[in-house]
Design a protein around this ligand. Structure first.
Ligand code: FAD
Ligand code: NAI
Length: 528
């Protein structure tokens, strides 16, 4: 089974229940919807279980799902949700880690029915028997640390894994930028480099090596991180380390001809010129071939594909990407690979290898083929035509939760029809029977019309912070798009992310952090 580090979300459907309200959804870019679904009665007892693993997709799914009808169990190795868009700000101390996380229980405790949260990693899914096994891999374990439970429905939201593409030394010497601990590790290492560079008697060459940050990958994460590092340098380090600050160098390495391929040409040029002003070096068409303890080997375009340059510097950050789960091959995965270029996305399949042919997803319903409609997948772990973004994951999660509510409604109608058929057969009085049959016709008509609509993605635009209080935005506008960048966009970027944060608590913490950074600067002490 491919689910190696799965967080599992289990839902159990409860009989005789009422489906009343789909809670407001944390959808992307300030879109909050509250939908009412008519109340209906369950006449058949049924269990519903679902596994999921994620933040973007899973948060949205859990927020939107009406748990009145489901027994829900969340199994996850982390007991919090992470707001990744602001992760680069944590790496330089602009924001504190706690500001961008939301405890899972904070979400679950507000649900209509109690939701069980289990801190564990799912490692095995038995598709035939509909069970999922998980283990508590945390440092401290109780007497019971592994178990298997039954599910009716399973939702995968395992996200993507960082990918090293087999480049030697990445795992050992580079910092990733994907999880909270990655950002904290990077911050610690960077401050450690500064202190080591400040060590008495350090040679100029060694100071330059220690203070050279190489950011690999010119996607939005790499660009945002470079921008944040630049702000840290300009706004704090120049006054805290006046003798060293001039030696700090940030270099962004990108294998493709340009950074930020998902943005319009105008915004790419704007970013490049802003970086030039900020003295951030951008090396495009340059591939990192190897990472060593004290150097990075690059394949430079001028030297041809075989020419390498040994480059001294500390590895700042490795590009985030993607799934390497032993999942399934197939058209969907291949399509995603082609579209994504360097990205290599694999659908996380719970099926054994012999089932590969049946396990490709039905992306429009988030459902996995061959799973009898009991296994669903959302977010970065799916191979679809959409970009692996939180925006997509969040919309998929909300869609799936609404589809679950519709399923309940459909089952209730079916149960009602069966009940009416049974009653009609038993009723002797002609008028009464006719009334029941009319009612049955009505229910059947509703059932015939009943259709779960496929998922349709609504793109709300793309935003990125590029440092120096500037941001860029590609927003859908009328039938085209609006490309904008600069200070005003920066405030739009801030307000967009503030409003899409998980809760009032997060919004308050992030806003306070921004104010704190403005007034007192970023933290420059090492935390153990
Ligand atoms: P995730 O949010 O990645 O959640 C997956 C979770 O599953 C993780 O907590 C992980 O620990 C866990 N997990 C993974 N594998 C397993 C396993 N086998 N078993 C158990 N648990 C597992 N998108 C945007 O739209 N806008 C942005 O501004 C933006 N900024 C980003 C900034 C950064 C630094 C990064 C890294 C990503 C950013 N993204 C952004 C992308 C966005 O974070 C993802 O697309 C989104 O989080 C995907 O949601 P998900 O639910 O599929 O997976
Ligand atoms: P990415 O996959 O978008 O970018 C990684 C980059 O690294 C690619 O451009 C690739 O060409 C480059 N690369 C790969 N191997 C390399 C090598 N050996 N040497 C040099 N360059 C190499 O990854 P990123 O930026 O982490 O984003 C991941 C996802 O999250 C994307 O879908 C992105 O859209 C989303 N995201 C969105 C943000 C936003 O909307 N503001 C912010 C951050 C991420």
């Amino acid at each position: 089974v491919a689910a190696r580090r799965n967080r599992v979300f289990l839902l159990r459907h409860q009989g005789m229940a009422h489906l009343q309200l789909l809670k407001p959804n944390l959808s992307w870019y300030c879109r909050k919807t509250a939908r009412r679904v008519c109340s209906c009665r369950m006449t058949r007892k049924r269990r519903l279980s679902s596994c999921w693993v994620a933040d973007g997709g899973a948060t949205s799914f859990l927020n939107t799902l009406d748990t009145t009808d489901y027994n829900v169990v969340v199994v996850s190795p982390k007991n919090y949700f992470l707001f990744t868009p602001l992760l680069p700000s944590v790496a330089v101390g602009t924001l504190s880690p706690r500001s961008i996380i939301q405890p899972t229980r904070y979400v679950t405790r507000h649900k209509a029915r109690a939701v069980e949260v289990i801190e564990a990693e799912a490692h095995h899914v038995d598709v035939a028997n509909k069970t999922v096994s998980f283990t508590d891999n945390s440092d401290i374990q109780g007497a019971v640390s592994a178990t298997t439970i039954a599910y009716d429905y399973l939702v995968y939201a395992v996200g993507a894994e960082v990918q090293t593409f087999g480049i030697p030394g990445v795992t050992e010497h580079a910092c990733f930028m994907k999880e909270l601990h990655d950002a904290e590790k990077m911050q610690r290492r960077f401050l450690d480099c500064l202190e080591s560079a400040a060590f008495h008697g350090q040679s100029q060459e060694e100071i330059e090596r220690l203070l050279h940050i190489v950011v690999v990958g010119g996607g939005p994460t790499g660009v945002e991180l470079s921008g944040e590092l630049h702000d840290f340098l300009e706004e704090d380090l120049k006054s805290w380390y006046p003798g060293l600050a001039d030696n700090i160098k940030i270099t962004l390495v990108e294998a493709l001809p340009s950074v930020l391929p998902m943005f319009s040409k105008r915004l790419i040029d704007y970013t490049m010129s802003t970086f030039k002003e900020s003295k951030i070096d951008i090396l495009t068409q340059t591939m990192v071939k190897e990472v060593k303890d004290k150097s990075v080997t690059l394949a430079l375009p001028s030297k041809g594909s075989g020419g390498n340059a040994l480059w001294n510097g500390r590895m700042g950050r490795w590009q985030q990407r993607t799934l390497s789960h032993p999942g399934l091959d197939g058209p969907a995965a291949d399509r995603a690979n082609q579209q994504a270029g360097y990205h290599y996305r694999r659908y996380v399949s719970p099926f054994p290898h012999s089932h590969h042919a049946h396990s490709s997803p039905l992306p429009e319903y988030m459902e996995m083929k061959g799973s009898d409609g009991s296994i669903f997948a959302i977010g970065d772990c799916t191979a679809s035509s959409h970009a692996p973004t939180a925006q997509v994951a969040s919309q998929q999660g909300a869609y799936l939760a609404r589809a679950f509510a519709q399923r309940v409604r459909r089952d209730n109608l079916q149960a009602q029809a069966t009940e009416l058929e049974r009653s009609a057969a038993m009723i002797l009085h002609e008028d009464e029977r006719k009334k029941t049959l009319d009612e049955l016709e009505g229910v059947k008509r509703q059932l015939a019309k009943f259709k779960i609509r496929p998922f349709s993605y609504s793109h709300q635009g793309t935003l990125a912070y590029i440092g120096s209080d500037k941001a860029i935005a590609d927003l859908p506008f009328l039938n085209g798009s609006l490309a904008t960048g600069g200070f005003l966009t920066f405030y739009f970027w801030r307000s967009a992310y503030l409003s899409t944060l998980f809760s009032l608590r997060n919004r308050t913490l992030v806003a306070t952090d921004w104010l704190r950074t403005q007034v007192f600067g970023r933290c420059v002490f090492l935390r153990l």
